[in-house]
Design a protein around this ligand. Structure first.
Ligand SMILES: Nc1ncnc2c1ncn2[C@@H]1O[C@H](COP(=O)(O)OP(=O)(O)O)[C@@H](O)[C@H]1O
Ligand SMILES: Cc1ncc(C[n+]2csc(CCOP(=O)(O)OP(=O)(O)O)c2C)c(N)n1
Ligand SMILES: [Mg+2]
Length: 370
């Protein structure tokens, strides 16, 4: 295990400024709330006494508010549903076996631009779903792949990438759907098998340590390189286009009975809050402990970005965040070929990030509606 200067400061520290589990705006666009404020400021002044228009349903909600609200609309789950909406995968019991099920899609302009070929998009669409199964401790088995594509060549390119990823991760494609559209969208649904009990987001306990696999910030750095047209940095670009989900670590973690696990898609700063919220606990993370590679640091710095902030908020790492007692993490780190780095600890309440011993606020990851 990468123990570094590993023990984070004890929890006699100030509380986080973003305890609601979502953090502040990342300043991308105005969001739905921004639009309503703008239109009011520039529009016709309200007529005294006239009925006010009802606010649009969902106005001002962020991505996770939407998911919480739609979960509230669910009828009672049938008995086969062991874990409902709200974790990396749902868990179903079918034929005496436990299955993890999830879906994630990639949308042109939102998840990729022209730097990603259709083959890259197909590959990544499978990989990010495999990562959700890994986060439950499962073995990915089957995918359904649906493409909304501008032309037949794109459809076939996507499927080439799907086939490549399926071969690499031991997954079999059992169907999907193909339709025409202006811009490319690829949606993958996955089924994984669980040999051990699934690892949920809700099992973290105060006193557990928090560890991440692999490295953080490389994918976000690769994205910056594409966006800014930077030559070179092929490893970072590849980390962005071809994430390597941590299936073996996830399975080992489940066998060891770690407390909680989540895959890092939106960024550590956001994803750790999902674990806190679901577990009813808090956490303290030390940014100085984040595993950030030299090339990530070099590129981020060259582009005027802070490498540690990028690593905490950039997203699409597809590493695992694991909460477990220290001894369990030591055993895990000794049994997998990927670095497992302690970055903080769980505590009673509050989500706090520290750096150089000081509390830093305003850290949050990706949110599709902010
Ligand atoms: N439109 C939707 N309908 C039903 N469940 C959804 C929808 N969007 C997201 N979810 C569920 O909400 C939870 C959180 O979703 P998300 O943040 O996308 O998780 P992840 O990062 O693991 O993909 C998951 O359990 C997911 O299945
Ligand atoms: C063109 C472009 N802009 C921005 C990003 C960065 N980005 C898009 S989605 C995302 C977060 C992960 O995607 P999401 O759809 O939220 O996955 P999930 O959490 O559901 O697994 C990030 C960091 C990108 N990959 N491409
Ligand atoms: Mg998702």
């Amino acid at each position: 295990m990468d123990l570094g200067p590993r023990r984070v400061a004890p929890s006699a520290l100030g509380r986080s400024e973003a305890l609601d589990g979502h953090g502040p705006s990342r300043g991308r666009g105005g969001g739905v709330l921004g639009f309503s404020l703008r239109s009011r400021a520039g529009g016709v002044p309200p007529v005294p006494g006239a009925p006010r228009p009802a606010p649009a349903l969902g106005a001002g909600l962020n991505e996770f508010d939407v998911i919480r609200k739609l979960s509230g609309l669910l009828p009672p789950a049938p008995p086969e549903v062991l874990v409902p909406i709200g974790d990396d995968c749902a868990v179903l019991e079918i034929g005496g076996r436990k299955w993890a099920a999830a879906s994630d899609m990639l949308v042109s302009g939102r998840h990729f631009e022209g730097w990603a070929t259709p083959v890259d998009v197909g590959y990544k669409a499978v990989a990010v779903n495999v990562s959700d199964v890994a986060a439950m401790g499962g073995t990915p088995r089957f995918v359904l792949v649906s493409g909304a594509v501008p032309d037949p060549e794109t459809a076939l390119g996507v499927f080439e990438g799907v086939a490549e990823a399926c071969g690499e991760f031991g997954v079999y494609p059992i169907g999907g759907d193909t339709t025409g559209a202006e811009a490319l969208t690829v949606d993958v649904a996955i089924l994984g098998e669980l040999e051990a009990d699934p690892v949920l987001r809700s099992g973290a306990r105060p006193g557990d340590l928090l560890a991440v696999t692999g490295e953080l910030g490389a994918s976000a750095a690769g994205l910056l390189a594409f966006e800014d047209g930077v030559d070179g940095f092929g490893r970072l670009k590849s980390r962005h286009l071809r994430p390597q989900p941590r299936v073996e670590v996830g399975r080992a973690a489940a066998r060891l009975g770690v407390g909680a696990m989540i895959d890092l898609s939106d960024g550590l700063a956001s994803d750790v809050r999902h674990v806190c919220e679901k577990s009813g606990v808090g956490c303290s993370l030390d940014l100085d402990l984040l595993p950030v590679s030299d090339d990530t640091r070099k590129l981020a710095t060259a582009l005027g970005r802070d490498p540690l902030t990028l690593a905490a908020t950039g997203g699409e790492d597809y590493e695992l965040l694991i909460s477990a007692p220290e001894r369990v993490l030591e055993i895990l780190a000794g049994s997998v070929p990927v670095p497992v780095t302690v970055v903080g600890e769980m505590r009673g309440s509050g989500a706090e990030f520290r750096r150089g011993g000081q509390v830093v606020g305003d850290l949050s990851g990706w949110d599709h509606f902010v």
